[in-house]
Design a protein around this ligand. Structure first.
Ligand code: FEO
Length: 406
């Protein structure tokens, strides 16, 4: 895809990765894009680069606009591999350009590349760079989501180059939110935003709130947000800011995700009466079988709803491996403001439900106890127990959800 003008003399020069399905273990069924941007002003400025596999694509896009040796400034907003691994190709074409990066970014860059011959200026929050008619303002965003991260604001255009924040893993032939909504839907776009936030940014909710407050305190007006992945927010920049604030504040749907795995279908048979009980309390319910679902999708669905029930058969006195895996993964994502419980089946000794609660307790989530265990295959009486468990859990979800209603 050729370059795309996003504002006068400011161009998207990135690459679309239609084929990627595994992004460091994160399932990306919609592919992704690596967005970088070229500002044509007195000093031509490149904001970010792309994953090394796509270096030729961005160089071609840049060459369609300017000669690469005319680039004076290269801003590196963060040094994760998908955005920085073609910097050596860019610097080979414009060896006198100056890189603008945070101090932590400079140190990290030196671990990936020989930077001894590159001009590098480190920047911190509040530093500016005049590039002609326009001015760049740098704003550090440490741990959003790497230690070196920053965002770059183009003052005169009210344009925020936000690196990963506000992005989505979404390959598309269109570049803007309004175009995407027209050719697909707002639901699909929102789903991609939630997916990205849940899998990448969930641990950083408090930092996100603080950074958005800092941006507002600085009086920064935002007319467009250009992230490093997915579509550019030109029609709904306030909507995406509000979505991030909502997620950071613990907003979730009043509903339940049942996340389970099964050996010989006994735990699986428990899910239908559980769901019926939840539904009869008036709550939405989604069922996720782990062996049939990518981990990142299960994380997204967990994150969407206020309540979650984890179901596991007992194997060797412990949880089934896929259930242990998602609980371990979720503990690293540090979810908050969710109420959780566990259920499962066992043949002789049991142990999975007890172990699931130990994990959930360590995560500091609101616990619904005790869990529900059935022996071998659920009987009709057991199905009633499941229904009642689901119904009672749904009541607790509704009560807990009230805490988040203003
Ligand atoms: Fe898209 Fe943090 O890299």
């Amino acid at each position: 895809m050729a370059s795309v003008e996003i504002k006068k003399d400011i161009f998207w020069v990135g690459a679309i990765d239609w084929a990627v399905r595994d992004f460091h273990g994160y399932e990306t069924p919609r592919g992704t894009t690596y967005n970088n941007y070229l500002i044509i002003d007195d000093d031509i400025t490149l904001i970010d680069t792309v994953k090394e596999d796509f270096a030729d694509v961005t160089i071609k896009n840049i060459k369609s606009l300017v000669s690469p040796e005319s680039i004076k400034n290269v801003v590196i907003n963060h040094i994760e591999n998908d955005h920085v691994t073609s910097i050596d190709r860019i610097m080979a074409l414009t060896p006198n350009a100056t890189i603008y990066i945070t101090e932590k970014g400079r140190k990290g860059l030196a671990r990936f590349f020989d930077i001894s011959n590159w001009n590098i200026k480190t920047v911190k929050t509040g530093d500016t760079l005049k590039i002609g008619k326009r001015t760049l303002l740098f704003l550090e965003t440490p741990m959003l989501h790497w230690p070196d991260s920053m965002v770059t604001y183009l003052k005169e255009e009210k344009l925020l180059f936000s690196q990963d924040a506000f992005g989505q893993h979404l390959a598309s032939a269109v570049r803007f939110d309004d175009e995407f909504i027209t050719c697909a839907s707002m639901y699909e776009l929102d789903d991609a935003v939630i997916d990205y936030y849940a899998n990448i940014l969930m641990p950083f909710g408090q930092l996100i709130k603080a950074k958005i407050a800092e941006i507002q305190k600085l009086g920064i007006e935002i007319d467009m947000i250009a992230p490093d992945h997915g579509i550019i927010w030109r029609s709904h920049p306030n909507k995406i800011l509000q979505m991030y604030l909502d997620m950071a504040n613990g907003v979730a749907k009043e509903g339940v995700t049942i996340i389970y795995d099964t050996m010989w279908h006994s735990t699986e048979l428990m899910t239908t009466p559980l769901m019926q009980g939840i539904k009869d309390e008036g709550l939405e319910c989604k069922i996720i079988k782990l062996r049939a679902t990518p981990m990142s999708v299960a994380v997204k669905e967990f994150w969407k709803y206020r309540g979650a029930l984890f179901g596991s058969p007992t194997l060797n006195n412990t949880m089934f491996p896929t259930v242990a895996q998602i609980l371990y993964h979720l503990s690293g994502l540090r979810p908050k403001n969710r109420i959780v419980g566990a259920f499962g089946s066992y043949g002789w000794g049991g142990g999975a439900v007890k172990e699931a609660y130990e994990f959930l307790k360590k995560m500091g989530l609101e616990l619904y106890e005790p869990g529900l265990q059935i022996n071998y295959k659920p009987s009709l009486e057991d199905e009633t127990r499941c229904y009642d468990f689901g119904r009672d859990f749904a009541k607790k979800v509704k009560e807990y959800h009230q805490k988040f209603q203003s």
